[in-house]
Design a protein around this ligand. Sequence first.
Ligand code: NDP
Length: 268
Amino acid sequence: MQKWRTLHGAAFTVRVAADKRTPLMDTLSNHKAPSLLGQVAIITGASRGIGAAVARSLARLGALAVLCGRSTASLESVAKTIAEAGGKAEVIPCDVTRIESVEAAAKRIESLGRVDILVNNAGIGGFDGPLHQLSPGAWDQILDTNLRGVYYFIRAFAPLMIRARSGHIINISSITGKNPLPNGAAYAASKWGLNGLTYSVAEELRGHNIRVSVICPGSTNTDLSPHAGKDPAKMLQPEDVAHAVEMLVTQAPRSFVSEIILRPTQKP
Ligand code: NDP
């Protein structure tokens, strides 16, 4: 019987006759999933969709997942699934658009003693029509959630990472941060802005050994994404984006993958 591990750390066994074992098999069977044990990972917008998948996957790698979002009940149900799978999660409700809410959350999170990973994922869509028909209130809500909220979280947690001389900040942007998006101009502007913010802050924090990167996913099968005319099975799934986050937080210490553009293999 040979013990193996999947990349995600799950153990499985394969019956291999002693005379059929190869050195490669021995190497693979010693492979261990990279561990985030003891690390603290904050995920904004963790109550559903991509954020919930990222939280589950970082918890599976051993991190304490700190789940932020506005709906306490939904965050608690994600925390419950993490705990049932043997992981650790803490629910800290927070509205990323409100500075006082972010500061209150930061106070609670700081009591955990460290922050290793910050995934700025909370976001809202806005794909209903041309910019000249968008209300100023809707403009504010999109920009405040998708861009200002990221600034608030970096403002709250970068100092902690600077003191620790380590950290990962991962911003979930969009492929629409690279392309025009008719009938979604404010959303596109928020994501183009988020890309610019990321590239700039990456340079500000690089010298402190903090990696700031951005993931630009294409259509992902969540509540946010317009599904009309698309095959949900071909769309990216939230777990695919979570996998990209896993790759970033487990990369070799000297390397810095600063941007990931993630497309579905087949056009949905
Ligand atoms: P969902 O609508 O499924 O989830 C959005 C999450 O953001 C929810 O947990 C929501 O929680 C949270 N959120 C929204 N507003 C706030 C706020 N003011 N404060 C705190 N949390 C908030 O969307 P996705 O999972 O699809 O989106 C996640 C990110 O991925 C977004 O930034 C989105 O722009 C990006 N993205 C999505 C793509 C897609 O096709 N789905 C493609 C590319 C990028 P609650 O409402 O409880 O607060």
